[in-house]
Write a protein that binds this ligand. Structure first.
Ligand code: PMP
Ligand code: GLN
Length: 384
């Protein structure tokens, strides 16, 4: 694991603390989630939900997860066998890859990819086959169909798909998903979908979010992963889950037993409450984030960045070329000193680093006043 070093998120958050900068690097909100959820957690702590929960998660949470999947995505799940609670989406992703891949198996994924993908694939002794997302003429990130097909082969075990996509803010369209689904079936592979931003697709996105599992022929071969962290602004709780056919869920559970066994006992009942909140919570949260995206996008554009439109997630990417930048890592390391703001270079999320050398990512899951102040500081850049 030596080549993996320290994650960019830790490095950049430490830099923000050290320099007293505004941290638009690591994606975590600076406000707490819904009061009903926080109250339920406090109650559970006081009322003794402090011992090991059952291995797959407490029944109330598994039922709430199944109900949430039905309510929003019309995916039927049996809470007894088709749902497992994990230590964040991160553990679900790791356990899925460890549980489903043999040494030398190949995992097709899109780059830039969330950094834990590369690490988990390596831990499993598997091999990643990245397909590069590139900004198209309209600024939307897209991929080449031929490149995707070429990534599949006889050793492909699974496709690991993140939509809505971190760091690009891309939401895969139905046409793109159909292409992926076709290849999964042609090569008889599994799909593992990371949908932690499932509720953060903005109203002006080209299309709404579609879980790959809902496409024809995909239900029985797809493991769907999500987490409470992003939807309910509680990234430190690390309560995630995987849902899908029982045999895939049991592969995750088998591995999870020996990673953490169980996690977040008193937080599980609270997440069950959150998942059952009315529609207005979810649409309200999305609208808030959308307004913040607009705010930050305007500030970045004003500061001179070429901003790639973001259709969802907590993030927006920007090209540093118009500001004279050539290397995102260098640019992000200097940014705190130049103007007191921290961002994340996206090239670290590529195998083919050249494709992302000039791109950096900003998180907009922060209070409006913080985004305002960051925009103000960034406006100095063009004048330096
Ligand atoms: N996948 C993606 C795409 C993410 O952005 C994150 C960060 N929240 C994770 C997985 C990890 O989620 P968790 O914090 O629930 O482990
Ligand atoms: N998911 C968050 C991000 O992309 C942070 C994850 C982490 O710190 N490992 O910024």
């Amino acid at each position: 694991m030596r080549p993996f070093g320290t994650t960019i998120f830790s490095e950049m958050s430490a830099l923000a603390v050290r320099t007293g900068s505004i941290n638009l690097g690591q994606g975590f909100p600076d406000t707490d989630g819904p009061a009903e959820m926080l109250d339920a957690a406090a109650r559970a702590l006081r009322e003794g939900a402090n011992q090991y929960p059952p291995l797959p998660g407490i029944p109330a949470l598994r039922t709430a997860i199944a109900e949430h999947e039905r309510r929003f995505w019309a995916l039927p799940r049996d809470p007894g066998t088709e749902v497992v609670v994990t230590a964040g989406a991160t553990e679900a992703i790791a356990a899925a890859i460890l549980g489903l891949c043999e040494r030398g198996d190949e995992v097709v994924t899109f780059e830039p990819y969330y950094d834990s993908y590369a690490a988990s694939i390596t831990l499993a002794g598997a091999v990643r086959r990245p397909v590069t997302l590139r900004p198209g003429p309209d600024g939307r990130y897209t991929f080449d169909e031929g490149e995707l097909r070429a990534a599949f082969g006889p050793r492909t075990r699974l496709v690991l798909l993140n939509s809505p996509h971190n760091p690009t803010g891309k939401v895969f369209t139905r046409a793109e998903l159909t292409l992926i689904a076709g290849l999964c079936q042609e090569f008889d592979t599994y799909a593992v979908t990371d949908e932690v931003y499932e509720h953060l697709v903005f109203t002006d996105a080209a299309e709404p979010h579609v879980p790959l599992a809902s496409l024809p022929g995909m239900h029985d071969r797809t493991l769907r992963i999500s987490s409470a962290g992003k939807t309910f602004s509680c990234t430190g709780w690390k309560v995630g889950w995987a849902t899908g056919p029982a045999r895939l869920v049991s592969a995750v559970t088998r591995v999870k037993q020996f990673l953490t066994f169980v996690n977040a006992g008193p937080l599980q009942p609270a997440v069950a409450v959150a998942l059952g909140l009315p529609e207005s919570y979810f649409t309200g949260f999305r609208a808030e984030l959308q307004a913040r995206r607009d705010h930050l996008t305007a500030g970045l554009t004003e500061a001179g960045f070429a901003v790639q439109p973001s259709e969802g997630t907590y993030f927006v990417t920007a090209d540093i070329t118009p500001l004279g930048g050539t290397d995102g890592i260098e640019f992000c390391r200097e940014l705190p000193e130049r103007c007191g703001v921290v961002a994340v270079p996206t090239q670290v999320f590529y195998d083919n680093r050249e494709a992302g050398r000039h791109l950096i990512r900003f998180a907009f899951c922060k209070r409006e006043a913080v985004i305002d102040e960051a925009a103000q500081r960034l406006s100095k850049l063009g004048r330096q």
